[in-house]
Write a protein that binds this ligand. Structure first.
Ligand code: HEM
Ligand code: HEM
Length: 177
C-alpha cells in the first residue's frame, strides 16, 4: 500500500512512530517466545484461583498475559498508524513477486499478532484446548515468519543491495542525509 497522506517524515523510511512500535513489539514478541514455554496449560486454573500465585509458572503466566495485552494494544495503534502513514514504496529494482510475497507475509504477521492475544485469553478464561492448540500452532507459524523476515532483510541488504533495514531504522526527519 502506498503512502496515504503526506505526513511521513520522508519517502524512504517508515514514520518514526511506526519504527519505534516495530522495535518495541519485536522485543515483546521475543520475550513471549523466551518465556512462553515456561507456562503450563494444566496449571492455569490453579493460578487463577490461587490467592498467592506462588508457583513460578503462575508468575510467568501473569507476565505473559500482561505482555500479550500490551502487544495487542500496540498492534491496534500500529494498524492505525499503518493506515494513516502507509509504507514507503519499495525500490523499483525489487521484482513484483517478491513485493507481493513480502506484503503477504507482513499481513500474516499482523493477523497472527492480533489473534494470539485473543486465543490466549480464551484459553485462559475458558480452559479451551482448541485455543491452546491454535495458540501454540500460531506461535510456531509466527516464529517461522519472523525467521523468514530476518533472512529476507539480510538477503535484501547483503545480496540484492536494496537498503531495506534503513526503512525500519531511520527516525531522522531529514531523510537519507
Ligand atoms: C501476541 C501475544 C502473544 C504471543 C506472541 C504469545 C506467544 C506464546 C508462545 C511462544 C507460547 C509457547 C508455545 C509453546 O509452548 O510452544 C505461548 C504459550 C501460552 N500462551 Fe501466549 N502469547 C501471546 C499472548 C497470550 C495471552 C494474552 C495469553 C493469556 C493469558 C496467553 C496465554 C498462553 C498460555 C496459557 C500458554 C501456554 C500454552 C501451553 O503450553 O499449554 N498468551 N504463548
Ligand atoms: C521479532 C519480531 C518482529 C516482528 C513481529 C516484525 C514485524 C514486521 C512487520 C509486520 C513489518 C511490516 C511493517 C508494515 O509494513 O507495516 C516489518 C517490517 C520490517 N522489519 Fe520487522 N519484525 C520483527 C523483527 C525484525 C528484525 C529482527 C529485523 C531486522 C533484521 C526487522 C526488520 C524489518 C525491516 C527492515 C522492515 C521494513 C521492510 C520493508 O520496508 O518492507 N524486523 N516487520
Amino acid at each position: 500500500m502506498e503512502k496515504k497522506i503526506d505526513r511521513k517524515s520522508n519517502n524512504s523510511s517508515y514514520h518514526y512512530s511506526q519504527i519505534i512500535i516495530h522495535w518495541f513489539v519485536a522485543l515483546l514478541v521475543i520475550y513471549q517466545f523466551t518465556f512462553g514455554g515456561n507456562i503450563k496449560f494444566l496449571e492455569i486454573e490453579s493460578c487463577i484461583h490461587s490467592k498467592t500465585n506462588a508457583l513460578e509458572s503462575c508468575q510467568h503466566l501473569n507476565n505473559h498475559y500482561l505482555v500479550g495485552v500490551i502487544i495487542l494494544l500496540l498492534m491496534i495503534i500500529r494498524l492505525f498508524l499503518r493506515i494513516l502513514f502507509g509504507a514507503p514504496p519499495l525500490p523499483k529494482s525489487i521484482p513484483l513477486t517478491i513485493k507481493i510475497f513480502a506484503r503477504l507475509s507482513h499481513y500474516l504477521i499482523y493477523l497472527i499478532l492480533f489473534s494470539m492475544p485473543f486465543l490466549g485469553m480464551y484459553m485462559y478464561y475458558f480452559n479451551s484446548e482448541i485455543s491452546q492448540f491454535l495458540h501454540i500452532t500460531f506461535s510456531k507459524i509466527l516464529l517461522f515468519l519472523i525467521l523468514l523476515h530476518i533472512c529476507a532483510v539480510a538477503f535484501h541488504e547483503g545480496v540484492l543491495g536494496s537498503k531495506l533495514f534503513y526503512r525500519m531504522a531511520s527516525i531522522s526527519k531529514e531523510g537519507d542525509k
